[in-house]
Design a protein around this ligand. Structure first.
Ligand code: AMP
Length: 300
């Protein structure tokens, strides 16, 4: 077993922990003419991630999943420390999903001493998550670019759950001429509507109930639009009133935007998407985000 390779479970994925081993794997996969599909994650895998893995499995000869909790994209140490880490379970999920390689590097592999170059996100990063989490998107794009350089995929699958992130990754791929297709996947939800998230593990029963107000407001708005309402003012007044009535929810934003530019729109006669975020929970605050297309849905 070469340096940087960890034990391989019977017919399970190869687990690589070093950048050099992952790059060597990418080189040999590409040399043998295989299509390489990539799903970057921060682990604590759930059904939302698994949908991405399935999509990659269908499209690629070789599927690589990365598991790396990226310190550069956290603006709070408490949030970083509280982020769940469940590598063994994650590898088992990957085995069942037919993943070929799990790349799970230590922090020092990705950010060795002396590291100092970062990607600087553009204007798309300013509103919404960017406003609430300063530096988040620079850190996210930096690690995604690094992972692309290491894994060298033909395509990478990203969830619409992190909609602004998806747009920013697409933008970076265009701006840096990266020969990588970005494949979007719709938001996967619990049966009651709550968008799946690794952070849901930290929700108390009361916090979860408060969090459900976000998907509730989104679904109610989608229904109002399907019933013919086109005024963004009326839609937002109604959604925000319902959210304000929710005990234990500290709303960050609730907006209706153009799905490509994230600029606010005034009517939903054209393409529109609703974006929401808020904090729930008492002492252990959890930040939740949600979003979805309003009528008419547009391909990204
Ligand atoms: P994370 O581990 O939270 O960084 O997420 C890794 C990838 O999974 C990102 O592309 C997310 O957008 C995607 N993802 C997370 N939750 C969901 C979900 N509920 N539905 C679809 N994709 C998701």
């Amino acid at each position: 077993m070469s340096k940087g390779q960890r034990a391989r479970a019977p017919r399970g994925p190869l687990v690589l922990s070093s950048v050099s081993a992952a790059q060597a794997h990418a080189l040999s996969t590409r040399q043998s003419g295989h299509t390489l599909g990539f799903v970057p994650t921060m682990g604590a895998l759930h059904d939302g991630h698994l949908a991405l893995l399935r999509e990659a499995r269908q499209r690629a000869d070789t599927v690589v999943v990365s598991i790396f909790v990226n310190p550069l994209q956290f603006d709070s140490d408490a949030d970083l420390d509280a982020y769940p880490e469940t590598l063994e379970q994650d590898v088992e999920h990957c085995r069942r999903a037919g993943v070929d390689v799990v790349f799970a590097p230590a922090r020092a592999q990705i950010y060795p001493a002396g590291f100092q170059t970062q990607v600087c996100a553009g204007t798309l990063a300013r509103p919404f998550e960017g406003r609430s989490r300063p530096g988040h998107f620079d850190g996210m794009l930096t690690v995604v670019l690094k992972l692309f350089q290491i894994v060298q995929p033909h395509f990478a699958v990203f969830g619409e759950k992190d909609y602004q992130q998806l747009l920013l990754v697409r933008r970076m791929v265009q701006d840096f001429h990266l020969p990588i297709e970005i494949v979007p996947m719709p938001v996967i939800r619990e049966t009651d509507g709550l968008a799946l998230s690794s952070r849901n593990q930290r929700l108390t029963k009361t916090a979860r109930k408060a969090g459900l107000a976000l998907s509730g407001a989104l679904i109610a708005t989608q229904d109002r639009v399907a019933a013919g309402e086109t005024s963004v003012k009326r839609l937002l007044d109604e959604a925000k009133a319902a959210l304000a009535r929710t005990k234990g929810l500290d709303l960050d934003y609730c907006a209706i935007v153009d799905p490509r530019s994230l600029e606010r729109v005034f009517s939903v006669r054209g393409p529109a998407r609703m974006l929401l975020a808020g904090q729930v929970g008492g002492k252990d605050k959890v930040r939740l985000i949600d979003n979805g297309p309003l009528f008419p849905p547009v391909p990204l």
